[in-house]
Design a protein around this ligand. Structure first.
Ligand SMILES: N=c1c2ncn([C@@H]3O[C@H](COP(=O)(O)OP(=O)(O)OP(=O)(O)O)[C@@H](O)[C@H]3O)c2ncn1[C@@H]1O[C@H](COP(=O)(O)O)[C@@H](O)[C@H]1O
Length: 174
């Protein structure tokens, strides 16, 4: 069971609304996420259909925020609450082994190169989503270690919107 420790309670001027200020002890969402207040009311009122793009972004930002929180609690030890992210942040080799397909290491091969076979072996779509989530998460831990924000990556992608890959490649200086 998880709790939110209430630090203060505020009333508005005519005492008909209350805001609780609390410090969560564990996840605050039933999904296990630290928070799930990612959807602005304005968005829902003006566009009741959940915007998949926004949802994708808030998911990435939320994951980034969790990873950065783990990073803040370093350095030194991995005592306290067990955290896979902390282990990765403290062990560059382990992290890279989860991202890179290292043919010399059977273990890394097995774990990190499972996305392509979902296409090659025509596995179900859910399997592809699971493998991609795995790659994305581990790559985002690497970004955190490098101090690169997900927004920086998205910016690179946005800048590429207007240019095809083939065009860009043919413009490269050899
Ligand atoms: N998205 C993930 C995520 N995906 C995978 N993993 C973990 O990555 C680890 C390695 O996965 P593997 O399949 O390689 O597992 P393994 O069996 O240990 O590997 P081998 O022994 O076979 O090499 C496992 O412990 C997985 O649970 C993740 N761990 C964390 N996250 C996110 O990061 C947040 C913080 O996690 P902690 O830092 O652990 O609290 C979580 O709330 C999630 O949002």
């Amino acid at each position: 069971m998880n709790f939110i420790n209430v630090c203060d309670v505020f009333l508005d001027c005519d005492h008909d609304s209350i805001i609780y200020l609390g410090k969560p002890d564990g996840p605050t969402c039933h999904t296990g996420s630290e928070t799930c207040y990612y959807t602005s009311v304005d968005e829902v009122v003006n566009n009741p259909q959940v915007d998949d793009n926004k949802l994708a972004l808030t998911t990435l930002y939320s994951l980034e925020s969790t990873i950065l929180k783990r990073k803040e609690k370093l350095p030194g030890n991995i005592e306290g609450k067990p955290s896979w992210t902390k282990r990765l942040l403290l062990d560059e080799k382990l992290l890279c082994s989860k991202i890179r397909c290292d043919l010399l290491t059977w273990c890394a091969w097995k774990e990190a190169d499972e996305l392509c076979p979902t296409l090659e072996e025509n596995e179900e779509q859910l399997r592809t989503a699971l493998e991609m989530a795995y790659v994305l998460y581990h790559a985002m831990v690497l970004l955190a270690l490098k101090g690169v924000k997900i927004e920086d990556v998205l910016q690179v992608l946005r800048l590429r919107f207007a240019q095809s890959g083939d065009e860009e490649k043919s413009c490269r200086k050899s």
